[in-house]
Design a protein around this ligand. Sequence first.
Ligand SMILES: [Zn+2]
Length: 165
Amino acid sequence: MKEGFEKCLEYPVEVRTHTALHVVKGAIVRVLGDQALWTASVYVNGYHGRITVTCNEKPSKEAIKLIEEKANEAVRRDLRIEVVKMPRSLAEEKYGNIIYDLFPVPEHVKELSIVIIYDDNGYWNINACNKEHLPSTKCIGRIRIKKVRFRAKKKLLEVSFYIEP
Ligand SMILES: [Zn+2]
């Protein structure tokens, strides 16, 4: 175990795994590009997480490996995470559609929690999300991609991973 990681174990594992979803998403978009911009669904159970994104073709094994590497690089760099509550209209004006997932936030929701993972010159990931998150990426711990499944008909890619306890 890395020095200083004991403190991280005080966070509920679901918070660590959920935060990892945002980090993995940022890595997916960096490797696969704009085709993978939209998240169709996410799932968390203990140390296990799964994110499903839009994707036009089956990624290579190398691409998957690179996604895992980039996600862990973001963890190592301990990127700062901030949650900002703001009116929906302002969030859309400031950040654009990138805050949204594939399925729209219901019309009646007028305030959003914007989760921002900062990168050197911009964002690693930015997403409207109501869940609880870590204050920075370090406490996620090591991310291992366990399995990917490309669903050709739906043009969706499922990326299953777990974080190390
Ligand atoms: Zn979230």
